[in-house]
Design a protein around this ligand. Sequence first.
Ligand SMILES: CC(C)(COP(=O)(O)OP(=O)(O)OC[C@H]1O[C@@H](n2cnc3c(N)ncnc32)[C@H](O)[C@@H]1OP(=O)(O)O)[C@@H](O)C(=O)NCCC(=O)NCCS
Length: 300
Amino acid sequence: MNHMKVEKLNAKNISAALSLINRTYADVHGFTPLTESDWNVEKSASCFLGFLDEKLVSLAYGPIAEKDKGHVRWACAQENFRGECYTLLPMEKCITDLKYNGAKQIRVDSWLDAPYRRMLNHFESKGIHVEHDHLLMRLDMRQYRHQLPALKSGYTLRTFRSGDQATWANVKNAVFGSSSEPKAFWKQDFQGVKMTSDFDPEGFFFAEKDGQPIGICAGLVLHNRQEIGGTFPGSIGWTGILEGHRGIGLGRALMMSALNYLDDKGIKITEIGTQFYRTAAVNLYESLGFRIHTASFNLL
Ligand SMILES: CC(C)(COP(=O)(O)OP(=O)(O)OC[C@H]1O[C@@H](n2cnc3c(N)ncnc32)[C@H](O)[C@@H]1OP(=O)(O)O)[C@@H](O)C(=O)NCCC(=O)NCCS
């Protein structure tokens, strides 16, 4: 990273910065493209751009959101320049500035670079604690091999049947400690899921032990999202196995069933939301080829 140059946002580089943000976050759910007129650079904001051989490759932008708190809204690296944490230098400058302006804690939303663990190690080595929050992982389906592993004796998989809403809610509540009611099944909203258009019983899977449901996982085509790579994005939701049945391959088998469903639909990119502390889930997803795409966290 020696030949990287960091520049503060100024009148000459602002349109390149804007265009980098718009390109990088274009297909991230919830992002609205910025125009020159609506990007009112906030007075308290720090914004630094990273150049590699004169080419803009990364930036970090963050204002003081409220007293004592900084908020890095965008910290991203240009596609084809991810994997080297080129956001780190602009972020460090931004953080120093925000701290100088009184921030004691900094929220980073939708960090879009890689690899996550290198960024973590970097901050931790400087005595900055990273408090993990939400991760969005993506799988390029061209790398996915359609398959289904064998299950242990007594275990079976099946798709959703009419009247299964209560069964789904019961397993979900037992796994995640939630208190969903069956009627909430039709009101899901994450990553742009709209159950009325996206629910397909063929993509919703149960794992059963001797006929009793003990695990769930859903594959969904997100029809209300912008296309990514030529198709609507796919999504995986609610992957969970009851304690007592974990560690014997059921999570992997359910995930693969959902991915096979999406693969059959020709989906090009599949997303999954999770948290970094869910080690088993993150390991499972990475072993299937998912990679962290965006991450939100607090720097303390
Ligand atoms: C995540 C979860 C679904 C995995 O299901 P599972 O049936 O136990 O997983 P499998 O036996 O199929 O294991 C698949 C992979 O997960 C990872 N894994 C599973 N258990 C693990 C553990 N205790 N520690 C670390 N990694 C683990 C491994 O990579 C494993 O692959 P391997 O067996 O080749 O090493 C299960 O742990 C679970 O229900 N957790 C609680 C709910 C949850 O966090 N869901 C994810 C929501 S985003």
